[in-house]
Design a binder for this molecule. Sequence first.
Ligand code: HEM
Length: 479
Amino acid sequence: MEAIHLAYVLVFLLPVVFLLRLRRRGPPPAKWPATTTAHCPHPNPVLGNTLDFIRNRHRFFDWYTDLLRAAPSGAAIEAWGPLGAGHAVTTASPADVDHLLRAGFDGLQRKLASHAFSSRSLRRFTDGVLDVHLRRRFLPLLDDAASRDGGAIDLQDALRRFGFRTICHVAFGVESVDGGDDDPATQEALFAAFDMAVAISFRRALTPATFVRRLTKLLDIGKSRRLQEAVHVIDAYAMSVVESKAAACHRNGVDDGSVDLLSRFMAAMDDDGGSGGSELGAMFPTPAAKLRFLRDVVVAFVLVGKDTTSSALTWFFWLLVANPRGMHYLHAAITEAMRLYPPVPFNGRVAVRDDVLPSGAALRAGWYANYSAYAMGRMEKLWGEDCLEFVPERWLGERGEFVPVDAARYPVFHAGPRVCLGKEMAYVQMKTVAAAVLRRFRVDVVAPVASMEAPPAYEMTATMKMKGGLLVRLRRREE
Ligand code: HEM
């Protein structure tokens, strides 16, 4: 039942407890500095920073960016909850990110999952899945909107559905959402459940646990109840995907050359030798435990695949209309859009031992150690005076070639051994969709207004979701 927690943990926070070994350079300091980080702002002795969190929840990422810009250490700030609980240090320093994320680990799940992101799988993705969903569903939907009077459509919503279908297809081999007729009511309920569960879990992970939260959990009312209900809907969906895949594998056997990710996990669990499969199987002694693990794999992949590329593309289209000049290099423009609006704006680990970050921030075992990719993309000292402007050209060399930067400075896809496995796939998807849409349609933003002076609001959730969606007007370009 704790699938959303497990999945969330698996994808975003799993390294939190087990996998992170905060690397310590040299022996521990003889005496820990009392604290070298700025408080956020100064905590109340009883409530900590709880009231500040509540007051700023609508502009959470910008609030943290302001605090990090003003931090005396120049890099990191410290916050905590009531009675000193839930300590977190958050950084915007590339040296700290490097220190936190480039720690060594060995990951069996990563080894298994990485097969699905090989260049062969990527080719299969572009030629098969992406093409099918783009041409058969996504572009016809936009065509329909363009031929209606006014041509308006919520592009964020259309992109999220497209992202969901493609991830289901590539990761589970399921071409339609519910294995059959894509019933809109089933889809609505599932999307609403995912949004609710992710938003509540994200707030809980970042904001201190108040007495009210503990009480609602105990009494099973309010948000705690809504979370449970949402998890129930998600679990039921994921389990149905697992069960129908298991039945299909049982009927047809597994063709190891072209299988989807879920079949690969299933085969590895039953495997007696080779690729570490028996090791994975041994971790789940009962058939029910195996099924629950596979269910959580499904949830985790939907979480990473559904809202990330759609978030990047939504902000990209908005920035494009807000900045109509010189936008020639798609890769640079998409990279630049994610600098200002990273799909995963805030991420972290839990320290397994006391440590001091390169910026001087002291960390204690059990504290959260976060980095804000959103704040880092908006730091003048990292990107220069025009850091708040959309300038794709900053990514281009003299001959117009794309010049990447170190992942610790641009941790949009994370960094180190747990770096995003789907990065190449995500770029392929985003560039294919952006090019296909721009070639076919003129896109005008209806709302929110496309002006850099009035940026759209976002939701406080794990992915950078535009509040209220992106309403665009489409006009077909002359054939
Ligand atoms: C613009 C799009 C995307 C962004 C910005 C992004 C970002 C990230 C980030 C920040 C993480 C690290 C999470 C953590 O450990 O805390 C991650 C992990 C991961 N991502 Fe992505 N992602 C994107 C698209 C995708 C897609 C489309 C897929 C799959 C098809 C994918 C698959 C994965 C997987 C499997 C991991 C876990 C890697 C591991 O823990 O070893 N990602 N991604």
